[in-house]
Design a protein around this ligand. Structure first.
Ligand SMILES: Cc1cc2nc3c(=O)[nH]c(=O)nc-3n(C[C@H](O)[C@H](O)[C@H](O)COP(=O)(O)O)c2cc1C
Length: 193
């Protein structure tokens, strides 16, 4: 079973590119799986894919991803979040590690609000929040370009994500997997760490 799960929504593929970069970083350390939320998962406004929730049940860490829509996560991601209520009451996701990433058209399009939402979702579950420890504006590779320390905020420039944002996503993936391994040393599987 994967130890890190990246759960995200992406309509036009930008967030999906970030998810791929997070997976490549995390996958260097722990087995990682990803799930892209789709419209078919949502019936009458409710997220109803129990298999995805069970995948997270068995993981040590989870990474939340969504484009920023109207200053917050997309409704499709929120539908997923609302479907985790049973896990919340049972404390089933407590002490897992959580992190988050988002993107937007503007350099300051309230992406931080989406990240704040992700961190509050993690707190609701009693998860341990994995922030972004790269100093914004001080990195030789320009990682954490937009200077958000809560998680990864990015901005597509002329429709494309700068390499620095993808490098930051890779870094965040490695960071959460490393933290998950420190908190749960038995998470490592042969050949993954
Ligand atoms: C309904 C809607 C609301 C949006 N709101 C914001 C916003 O508040 N801030 C921002 O910077 N970009 C906003 N955008 C732009 C998206 O975040 C951007 O296009 C993003 O790259 C889409 O991600 P995706 O390619 O993964 O679907 C919005 C886009 C849509 C469709």
């Amino acid at each position: 079973m994967p130890k890190i799960v990246v759960i995200y929504f992406s309509a036009t593929g930008t967030t999906a590119k970030l998810a791929d970069a997070v997976i490549s970083g995390s996958g260097e350390i722990l087995e990682t799986a990803a799930y892209r939320i789709s419209g078919e998962d949502i019936t009458a406004g409710r997220f109803r894919n129990e298999a995805v929730l069970e995948l997270i049940d068995a993981a040590e860490g989870v990474v939340f991803g969504s484009p920023t829509y109207m200053g917050g996560p997309a409704a499709q991601f929120k539908a997923f979040a609302d479907a985790t209520g049973d896990r919340w009451s049972e404390r089933r996701w407590a002490n897992k590690v959580a992190a988050g990433f988002t993107t937007g058209t503007c350099s300051n399009g309230d992406q931080t609000h989406t990240l704040t939402y992700f961190s509050v979702l993690a707190a609701q579950h009693g998860m341990i929040w994995c922030n972004l420890d790269l100093s914004g504006g001080c990195d030789h590779l320009d990682r954490n370009r937009l200077g958000t320390q809560t998680g990864l905020a990015t901005q597509a420039v002329d429709g494309n994500l700068p390499d620095a944002d993808l490098l930051t996503a890779h870094y965040l993936g490695k960071r959460i997997a490393s933290l998950a391994l420190r908190l749960s040393p038995t998470a490592a599987q042969p050949g993954t760490a």
